[in-house]
Structures are given as C-alpha cells and as structure tokens.
Ligand binder design. Structure first.
Ligand code: ATP
Ligand code: ZN
Length: 288
C-alpha cells in the first residue's frame, strides 16, 4: 500500500444520519476528534479523514472523488443519479418515500393520480415511478415543507419521506403509495486507487463484523448432560457449542451464539428442555 493512500469519508454534518454514521465509524475502531463543529477531521489510528457535509452534497463529492466514501440515505443517492458504487447497506435510517393525499380525498389506486399535481423534493424518483405506472402527473419540485402543499392548495398530493407516518397524519394526509424503500448506505467513488480499495475492504470487513455482532447474542446456560442434544437443536448459531462439565454430577455448562431474530422463540424451547441459569450477553464484534 502506498503511504499516501488515505480514505476521505463524507458523512452528514447534522441531521438524522449523523449520530449513527459517527457511531458506526467509532465501532469500527476508528478514532478521531470531532469537537468544535469542524468540517474535516483526521483519524488518529486509521488512514482516513472524515468530512462533515450536507447529505445532498455527498453523492456529488463522491462522484468527483473529493470524498472516496460517503454515508447517505439510498433515497438521496438514487435521486442524485450520480455515478457512484453502492458498496454496503448499513441498516439504519430506514424510511420510505411515499405518496400522500388529503385524508378526505377518495383514492382507489395509482391511476387516480392522472392529471394531478404532486409536490416533492424527489422529482427524479417520482418521475420514474409515475412512468413505470403509466401515470401522467405534474411534478411540482419544492425544496422543503412538502407536506403542507395540499392543504394550502399548492398541489393535489405529496411525495415525501415517511417513517412512522405521523407527519403525514398531522398535516391531514394519508399515505397511499410507497414508491421507494430506503436505508443508509455506504457509497464509494469508482476511481479508488488499489491502496484505497484495500482500505475500503478493511473498513467493510469491520462494518460487517459490527453488524453481525448486533444480530447475535452470546448465550450461557446450565443443563443436564442428557438434555444437550435437544438444546443444541435450538442453537444453530456457531459450528458447535462449547460444553463444560459442572461440579454437579450429570450437569454441564453450554456456551453458544443465538440469533437475535430467533431469540424469544428458541429461548422458550431451551427452557422447556431443562436449561437453567440462562445468561444472554451482547457481543461487541463477531469475526466470520
Ligand atoms: P441536510 O441538512 O444534511 O440536507 P436533511 O434535512 O436533508 O439534512 P435529514 O432530515 O437529516 O436530511 O434526513 C437525512 C436522511 O435520513 C434522509 O435522506 C433519509 O434517508 C433519512 N430519514 C429521513 N427521515 C427519516 C425518518 N423519519 N426516519 C428515519 N430516517 C429518515
Ligand atoms: Zn438534505
């Protein structure tokens, strides 16, 4: 690797992505000082610099190679239509881009939008959706406060980011179509040097280890030796659980990994099979 190889990573300066983006970088063991509202900071233990930008500017900076990597919502990356690689989904800032109409308006399907005007900050994604559904509507591009457009008569409908739906609701709107599902993604420049590609691979390896760890828990339990075969059926996590004898004759301690998604269902079966003293511990990193 060339000594001059460095990864410049662009993240949102302040907004819904900021906290989780910083957390992810820190969980990957990359340390840096981000005090004082700086726009740029250098990592102290990894060849990286962090740039703090408005999210809308990130895809452009990555396309131009000013930043080598960026963390943005897929919605922003897709809307920007910049020539970048989406290298990894990050699992946070999940939201959807939806069409909403006034609550009292009758709505039967997407064809009802024919001839209507729709206010949005996502003209490109909306246009694509409308074309795919053979709907001709007028797209009214505005830069913010989209959800008030119908109630002030600016447009018949909106196309905006929704997570819980409460903003739509409080503006007298109902969600009628979901046009795009989004989460935070890592985007990368298409012109990385071999050394930068190597650094990116290292970073992705760390990110995946952090993500896998979050989806799994370390489990320890005591059980009669005769129950081991039954219990390990519900612990498919690792290749093979660790089994240690206990001082009490006929009993052992069993250690394994359990998937978060199957946790409650399996823990019940494990208990019924005779397990006692069950401890479940978060895992910080998991190397596959
Ligand atoms: P900036 O000042 O950087 O331009 P912004 O106001 O455009 O910020 P935010 O509201 O901080 O952007 O949202 C950033 C991203 O977070 C969105 O593009 C979207 O991917 C995601 N997001 C938006 N709203 C929500 C939500 N309610 N829940 C989860 N994620 C969301
Ligand atoms: Zn923005």
């Amino acid at each position: 690797m060339n000594m001059n190889d460095i990864l410049r990573i662009a993240i949102q300066k302040s907004g819904r992505l900021s906290e989780d983006s910083l957390k992810l970088i820190k969980e990957c063991g990359i340390r840096f000082d981000n005090g004082g509202g700086k726009l740029k900071t250098a990592a102290t233990n990894f060849p990286a610099e962090i740039l703090f930008l408005r999210d809308d500017d990130i895809p452009g900076y990555v396309e131009d190679g000013v930043a080598h990597l960026g963390i943005v919502g897929e919605n922003v990356s897709e809307e920007s239509d910049r020539d970048v690689d989406t290298v990894h989904k990050l699992g946070f800032s999940k939201c959807r881009l939806s069409i909403g109409v006034l609550r009292e308006q009758e709505y039967h399907g997407v064809k009802d939008l024919d001839g209507k005007s729709i206010a949005t900050t996502y003209p490109r994604l909306l246009d694509k959706y409308l074309k795919e559904h053979n709907v001709t509507a007028q797209i009214h591009e505005i830069s913010g406060s989209v959800e008030i457009a119908p109630s002030i008569g600016l447009a018949d409908a909106v196309c905006d980011i929704v997570s819980s739906g409460s903003t739509l609701l409080s503006n007298g709107l109902k969600e009628v179509e979901t046009i795009f599902r989004s989460e935070a993604v890592m985007i990368a420049s298409k012109h990385l040097s071999p050394g930068q590609q190597e650094l990116l691979d290292q970073l992705l390896f760390r990110i995946k280890s952090v993500q896998v760890a979050k989806n799994n828990k370390y489990i320890l339990l005591n059980c009669p030796t005769t129950a081991v075969d039954e219990i390990i059926k519900y612990l498919p996590g690792m290749r093979s659980p660790t089994i240690l004898p206990l001082a009490t004759e006929g009993w052992c301690s069993l250690h394994s990994v359990i998937n978060e998604n199957e946790f409650w269902e399996n823990i019940e079966k494990i208990r019924q099979a005779g397990a006692e003293g069950i401890l479940v511990i978060p895992i910080e990193k998991m190397i596959l």
